[in-house]
Design a protein around this ligand. Structure first.
Ligand SMILES: Nc1ncnc2c1ncn2[C@@H]1O[C@H](COP(=O)(O)OP(=O)(O)OP(=O)(O)O)[C@@H](O)[C@H]1O
Length: 325
């Protein structure tokens, strides 16, 4: 494997009862990068992230390759920052004890040393008076402190990869940025890569080096975040961006993507995005496009060359046809 690849995912497929929710996904995670996985609900983002951790729901069958398989080293080489911080912490043990136990589960260190590392980790994420606060229970922490504690837990053993699954969904914008900043600081401090699952393009813009855009279990676009967001090449990426408030021209309605993604059991023939795509033409309705190299990124679209610039105009026009402002 090339030295700029930490994790390689090839032709990943995840199915339930024979119906594929992730359909042949390939991408790499590079050392120390922040890779965001973005897409609407049901795109397969969480399943993909959880496959890296070996934490798929019961009933899931998989094929393809994830190399190296870090799931046997969960908590040490790969760790999770979940959506809900409370679910990651046991209510019946003090937070510091839980961190110390995480340290002792992978490192042959004394209780005293584990305790010291736990307190240091809490201190690093900005928990005030960490030595004392470590003795408190999760319910005694504020929501923001719990999120920080979970980040401390995920980074205390200096993993290679931290997977964060919508870690800020429940938080307001200020808290969201705070938590993501702490996460960025910590992963930089321990030299970990971050795989960040989100549906929020603002989070991608502010916190990711590269972005993997997913639609209906497939790769739509993958490349440097500033380039993909600055000039999307796939109509679906453009549609996601068009829905951001800053793209609403004064006096005009906020454009949105028409319709909803198809469920895995009812995919249309051809490109799964075609029924919602203002650019769809004949090939899109019969052949699912394969990802191809386009200007330093991967794009899966038959019609990427037809995309206007700025591409968001396509969706503004579409919206205005439907509902004149
Ligand atoms: N436990 C399960 N049993 C059956 N199907 C599942 C299960 N988990 C996920 N799926 C299917 O896989 C699809 C993708 O799920 P996933 O959780 O990865 O979506 P997501 O992109 O993370 O969406 P969200 O933003 O809503 O979390 C779901 O829409 C569902 O059809």
């Amino acid at each position: 494997m090339p030295s700029d690849v930490l994790l390689s995912v090839r032709d990943l497929r995840i199915a339930f009862d024979g119906v594929e929710a992730v359909r042949g996904l390939s991408f790499d995670v590079r050392p120390r990068e922040a890779l965001a996985i973005v897409g609407e609900s049901g795109a397969g983002k969480s399943l993909t992230a959880r496959a890296l951790l070996g934490m798929l729901p019961r009933g899931a069958t998989t094929s393809g390759a994830i190399e190296p398989d870090l799931s046997a080293h969960r908590g040490r080489r790969i760790s999770l920052v979940p959506q809900d911080a409370l679910s990651a912490l046991s209510p019946v043990h003090p937070v510091g004890d839980q961190l110390a136990a995480a340290v002792r589960s992978v490192a042959g260190v004394s209780r005293k040393e584990a305790r010291a590392r736990a307190v240091a980790a809490l201190d690093r994420v900005g928990i005030p008076d960490a030595a004392r606060t470590a003795r408190a229970y999760p319910h005694e922490y504020s929501g923001g402190m719990r999120q920080r504690a979970v980040i401390a837990m995920a980074t205390v053993n200096e993993p290679d990869v931290v997977v964060a699954d919508e870690p800020t969904t429940a938080l307001d914008e200020e808290r969201r940025d705070q938590v993501l900043r702490v996460l960025a600081e910590q992963r930089e401090a321990v030299g970990a890569a971050l795989v960040l699952v989100t549906h929020d393009m603002d989070v991608v813009r502010d916190h990711a080096d590269r972005v993997l855009v997913m639609y209906a279990g497939r790769l739509t676009e993958l490349g440097p975040a500033d380039e993909v967001l600055g000039r999307p090449r796939a109509p679906y990426t453009a549609g996601l961006l068009a829905s951001l408030p800053q793209h609403a021209p004064p006096g005009r309605r906020l454009p949105t993507l028409r319709g909803t993604p198809p469920p895995p059991a009812a995919l249309p023939p051809g490109c799964a995005f075609a029924p919602r795509c203002p650019l769809a033409a004949d090939p899109c309705r019969t052949a699912d496009p394969e990802p191809q190299q386009v200007e330093g990124r991967l794009v899966a679209c038959h019609r990427w060359q037809e995309l206007p610039y700025p591409a968001t105009e396509l969706f503004l026009a579409q919206k205005e046809e439907q509902q004149p402002a």
